[in-house]
Design a binder for this molecule. Structure first.
Ligand SMILES: *[C@@H]1O[C@H](CO)[C@@H](O)[C@H](O)[C@H]1NC(C)=O
Ligand SMILES: *[C@@H]1O[C@H](CO)[C@@H](O)[C@H](O)[C@H]1NC(C)=O
Ligand SMILES: *[C@@H]1O[C@H](CO)[C@@H](O)[C@H](O)[C@H]1NC(C)=O
Length: 973
């Protein structure tokens, strides 16, 4: 597992290792001769592990200490004079070995000559590559060790018991390897090594709580347990350790941390609790930590206010409280933190105005208040942030103008004010003259931009976010910005053709261009010749683009051109886009046969949406070899012929929609082996024949959530064995399909309004269009309507308890309605109309308290209609043309014999969460990064269209994305 570089650095800095500070210099005038046995042990060690070629392959930072180790007699042969070797001045014994980052390579075991150096007190082998060796048990021979540093050296496996023999250890750093501490456990270790002053076990997997015995290590100054899979609760006593200066338990998602009352006597300098589970509020005793430099409690579920006592932390350099649920105003006292270099309060619920006192923070380089509810104006004293490099006020409710003083911030590198209510004229000339500014995000405000006649010759701008800035034409000044990598001009009112000059903007550097949601009608000349050699994203969606499909440069990864009026065929040159991952041409007027070479793309494309065009002919066969397809939507075309056979090899396939075409084939049971297929829509084609039961245990569509076979000509019995095995319809699964989003987020966008992909579904119900958003994961559907299925409804269907919609209407299904349908307690729509069903409506169906739609009309049912709960809401039409049914709401009365039976007595209560599928109109959630326009199918007479609105994401601020994911995690739970 790799940690990000910043963490690694932080980790290796945590322990101060004074012991090695001057090993070489310490060898002073009276040089003791080294002992022959130790000299040969050292030379043997060099021969076994020193890799000159590794050293050469590194950069200049590597110190090749071992180069000075020579076998020669005389001065050069005195090992006490060698780099990295420290000898005892009296005895001449080797007592220290500092071989950090010294090009040591290869597996190590207990036979290594190193372990003969039994007088060693200090051993540092960090930052080498021991090739996943275990820590050799011979380490226990080195009984005199007071300091052992093995961080980041590719050690692997369980830490040996023998480490516990090293009872003289004051400093132990085993961090950033692939180690485990289970047997012995952290408790064993803490009880044995009682002299520890510094302990760094970051990234050592423990999967246990921290023992209370940690409190006995009374000399501890530094304790680092980041990313150790700690569980349970952090012992309160940890905060009481009298000498503790550094406490890092961040990145332990299952560790609960209760905030203590902090004492004035505390020596804490670094308190790092991010990504654990804090409960409650920040105590105002935090202000007692007068030595504190660094306070990081990000994404920790903190609530309440920021206590104003934080302003007493006069030595504070870093304050990071992002991604919590902090409320109230930002305390003005923070303005007293004059040493502050890093302030991140983003992604909370802070309100009120930005206190002007914060503008005293003259040393702050990062100032991030984004994603809060701040109001009022940007203080004009903002020029007081004289050192600021990154200034982010996005996603607040700030209003008024951008103060011109902001342009006085000489070091400003990134300025982001996305999605506020800022107005007035943004002074571009000043912004563009700003020589250090690289990223400028002004999107989604009410600015008017004075963009004409700008002298931008000095600009080094890289990212320019001008979405929703009321632009009516392309801003000319961008023509001269040769350093631009990203431009976002979406959500403006730019009309007409894309001018030729735009295609010459930043030809070497442009990577992402977003022109979506404008009123563009096409390009100035065809065929369109793009000059961008490194373009990765081209977004032309939601315009009125006419003419033929432009072919993007070969470097393209994401090409999005849906919702336009493009005509003609897919040019064969599209087949040469050898890196493309997302191709979205949905909802255009494209036609013709899909070029067979299009199948070349299946080894890179993950998302392919061609839905809603006029394509005809056969679907191209898939290439042999890799298939990266995850989402394929070819619906609403006139495609013919059979399914392409290669699809069964696309093991990543999650979503396949071929609805509304003219495909002639039998049921594609071969797709049943796809481990991730969640959605299969074959609606309205010419599929035919019996849906054969699956052979064996494979091929059963294990992840299927939505299957729509409606309006085909399938015959034979209902596939009951499939029903038995569709586990995803039986058990609610936690959200797992996040990766689509992540993949797209990584690469694509940079200004955002909601941050991710909203998966929205429009329901057309009796001509009324309603839109709601929902996790596709949670929508489970079986629609087998309008086929020629015969036989009975298998009672096993009652095991699919997560099912939301079941439509078996318009077949020739006979027999009675199985009472097991009463187990489908999540069912919101049940349509069995237009069959040959007989017998009674089982009274068990009254258990279906989520049912909002019910139709059994046009069958041969008889007996009384149940009258409990939801059944009080259905109208006559639900029961029409069943000669034998009686009772309300029908006018036909039941005879005494037929009197309505009492409901079954399994005390089912009406679900508390009575929001139904149809009522839930704005449950916003993010699921898969489908590019756009997916017709999902038609169920129970409701046509619903799944659609995706692709918003834009801040690419550069990776931390922000992690926060957002964190937020989502909480929302979903
Ligand atoms: C080292 O530890 C092992 C087991 O923990 C123990 O059996 C052994 O006696 C110890 N050796 C020394 C020299 O203390
Ligand atoms: C703690 O450190 C002091 C000296 O700084 C020392 O005298 C004492 O023995 C140490 N305690 C333990 C438990 O090692
Ligand atoms: C900007 O918005 C404020 C209210 O937020 C308003 O009073 C002011 O007139 C607006 N200025 C311009 C130039 O539109």
């Amino acid at each position: 597992m790799k940690l990000g570089a910043p963490l690694l650095m932080a980790v290796s800095l945590i322990l101060v290792h004074p012991v090695f500070s001057n090993a070489a210099a310490r060898v002073t005038s009276r040089k003791p001769k080294c002992h022959e046995d130790e000299r040969s042990a050292l030379l043997e060690f060099k021969r076994a592990f020193f890799s000159e070629s590794l050293c050469e392959s590194y950069d200049y930072l590597v110190t090749a200490k071992l180069e000075s180790w020579q076998a020669a007699k005389g001065e050069a042969g005195d090992c006490c004079a060698w780099d990295g070797v420290e000898c005892d001045e009296e005895t001449g014994r080797v007592i220290g070995l500092d071989l950090e980052n010294s090009c040591l390579l290869g597996p190590i075991d207990s036979n290594a000559s190193l372990f003969r150096l039994v007088h060693l007190q200090r051993l540092n082998l960090a930052a080498n590559d021991f090739r996943s060796s275990q820590i050799p048990s011979a380490i226990g021979n080195l009984q005199e060790l007071t300091s052992l540093l093995l961080f980041q050296s590719s050690f692997h496996g369980q830490i040996p018991w023998e480490v516990l023999n090293l009872t003289n250890l004051s400093f132990l750093d085993l961090s950033n390897n692939a180690l485990e501490l289970k047997s012995p456990s952290i408790e064993n270790l803490v009880r044995s090594l009682t002299k520890l002053e510094g302990l760094n076990l970051c990234q050592v997997v423990m999967s246990s709580p921290l023992p209370n015995a940690i409190a006995d290590l009374s000399n501890l100054t530094s304790l680092a347990f980041a990313n150790c899979s700690l569980q349970g609760e952090l012992p309160m006593a940890t905060f009481e350790l009298p000498r503790l200066e550094t406490l890092d338990v961040s990145l332990n998602k299952n560790l609960s941390v209760r905030m203590p009352e902090f004492r004035q006597s505390s020596r804490l300098k670094s308190l790092l609790l991010s990504w654990t589970r804090c409960s409650g509020q920040l105590p105002s005793s935090l202000g007692n930590l007068s030595s504190l430099n660094e306070l990081k409690i990000a994404s920790c579920e903190l609530s309440g206010i920021i206590p104003s006592s934080v302003g007493e932390l006069a030595r504070l350099y870093t304050l990071d409280l992002n991604g919590n649920q902090l409320t109230g105003e930002i305390p003005p006292s923070l303005g007293k933190l004059v040493r502050l270099g890093y302030l991140d309060l983003s992604s909370n619920q802070l309100s009120g105005e930005i206190p002007s006192s914060l503008m005293n923070l003259a040393k702050v380089t990062l100032f991030d208040l984004s994603y809060n509810r701040l109001t009022g104006q940007i203080p004009s004293r903002i020029s007081g942030l004289t050192s600021v490099l990154k200034l982010d006020l996005s996603y607040n409710r700030l209003e008024g103008p951008m103060p011109s003083t902001i342009f006085g911030l000489k070091n400003l590198n990134k300025l982001a004010v996305i999605s506020n209510n800022l107005n007035g004229t943004a002074q571009f000339d000043l912004l563009m003259k700003h020589q250090s500014l690289q990223s400028l995000y002004l999107s989604f405000n009410n600015f008017s931009l004075a963009t004409k006649d700008l002298n931008v010759s000095l600009s080094t701008i890289v990212v320019l976010g001008l979405a929703s800035c009321s632009l009516r034409e392309f801003p000319k000044f961008i023509a001269k910005l040769d350093t631009l990598q990203h431009i976002d001009l979406s959500y403006n009112g730019i009309s007409g053709k894309v001018p030729q000059w735009l295609l010459n903007v930043s030809p070497e550097n442009l990577a992402h261009l977003n022109l979506s949601k404008n009123s563009l009608t096409g390009f100035s000349s065809y065929p369109v010749k793009f000059k961008w050699a490194n373009l990765q994203t081209l977004d032309l969606r939601y315009n009125g683009m006419e003419g033929q499909l432009p072919v993007p440069p070969r470097s393209i990864l994401f090409y999005l051109a849906s919702n336009n009026k493009l005509t003609g065929q897919i040019p064969p040159a599209m087949c040469q886009l050898s890196s493309i991952q997302i191709l979205d041409l949905a909802k255009n007027e494209l036609s013709g046969v899909l070029p067979s070479c299009l199948s070349n793309l299946s080894n890179t494309v993950s998302t392919l949406s061609l839905h809603g065009n006029g394509f005809y002919g056969r679907i191209p066969r898939l290439q042999k070899g890799a298939c990266e397809l995850k989402m394929v939507d070819l619906s609403d075309n006139q495609l013919q012929g059979p399914l392409p056979r290669g699809l069964g090899k696309c093991v990543g396939l999650e979503f396949l929609n071929l609805g509304n075409n003219r495909i002639v084939d039998t049921f594609p049971s071969g797709l049943g082996s796809l481990p991730n297929l969640k959605v299969l829509i074959l609606h309205h084609n010419r599929f035919h024949g019996v849906v054969k039961e699956p052979q064996g245990n494979h091929h059963r569509f294990p992840k299927l959530h939505i299957i729509d076979l409606s309006m085909n000509n399938f015959s034979g019995g209902l596939p009951s064995k499939y029903f038995d095995s569709w586990n995803a319809m039986k058990f609610a699964e936690p959200d797992e399909a996040v990766y689509f989003t992540e993949q797209m987020v990584q690469e694509a966008w940079f200004s955002t309004s909601s941050g991710e992909y909203d998966y929205s579904i429009t329901i057309l119900n009796k001509g009324i269009e309603m839109e709601y958003n929902k996790i596709l994961e949670y929508l489970t559907v079986i629609d087998l309507s309008s086929n020629s299925f015969v036989g009975e409804i298998p009672s096993s269907i009652g095991s699919l308890t997560e099912l939301h919609l079941l439509n078996l209407s318009n077949n020739a299904i006979a027999g009675s309605i199985p009472s097991s349908l009463g187990n489908l307690t999540n069912l919101e729509a049940l349509d069995l109309s237009g069959n040959e069903l007989t017998g009674k409506i089982p009274p068990e169906l009254t258990k279906l308290t989520s049912l909002a739609f019910f139709n059994v009309s046009d069958n041969r049912l008889s007996g009384p209609i149940p009258r409990e709960k939801q059944f009080n809401t259905f109208e006559n039409s639900s029961y029409a043309r069943n000669w034998g049914l009686c009772g309300a709401p029908l006018t036909k009365k039941c005879s005494n014999l037929e009197a309505s039976p009492p409901p079954p007595s399994q005390g089912t209560s009406v679900k508390e969460d009575s929001r139904t599928w149809i009522e839930e109109l704005d449950w916003k959630i993010v699921l898969m990064g489908f590019a756009s326009g997916l017709v999902v199918g038609s169920v129970v007479g409701l046509n619903y269209t799944a659609r995706i609105e692709r918003w834009f994401v801040d690419k550069f601020c990776q931390g922000k994305q992690r926060r957002r994911r964190g937020h989502r995690r909480r929302r979903v739970v």
